[in-house]
Design a protein around this ligand. Sequence first.
Ligand code: FE
Ligand code: ZN
Ligand code: FE
Ligand code: FE
Length: 214
Amino acid sequence: MGLFFKDIKSLEDLFVHGLEDLYYAENQIVKSLPKMIENAHDAELKRGLQQHLRETENQIKRLQQVFKLNDRQASGTKCPAIDGILREGNDLMGEIEGDDVLNVGIVAAAQAVEHYEITRYGALIAWARELGRNSSVPLLQANLKEEKAADQKLTAIAEQRVNPKSEGRKKAASAPRPRKSARARRSKATMPLRSGARNRKPAPRRKATRRSRA
Ligand code: FE
Ligand code: ZN
Ligand code: FE
Ligand code: FE
């Protein structure tokens, strides 16, 4: 990308840029997935991520075919979006203590990646069709289909396994309170607050700071 001239002048250029962007993104994802797999402490989650790593390697091959179909050398262009998403996931994993909550964080981080990919493949497929590059469409669609399936699988793992377990442990630690007394306690706590709010005088307005200070 040039600072003094714009290098995308047509939909064709935008398509190629998008292809290079995704090629870069998929390669970064391949590098990042092993650490997520290593940190995952749920067998199903680990397996799902491992499967998607293999799929991602294959997606890179499909993108190489798309480059070839368009008489281009396969090459990547730096994608700041995927760099940020992957860095955020990596940072988050470093901040979480406890395997169960870590699993929840990994699912969310992985889904952020899938959603990014889904938007980009969606756009690329639309542009390929618009440009009449029909032979590229099925390859891109195959990748999109895998991203969507990966996203859905992650949702299922979260809902059925990972999320309930992370919350279940916390519940088991403290005995559940009877519903009625909990409600009574809550209403007692809120009532004086409510009447207090009703009688409360409006807080005096803060004097506006002088314009000249700005
Ligand atoms: Fe992918
Ligand atoms: Zn990008
Ligand atoms: Fe880009
Ligand atoms: Fe993916």
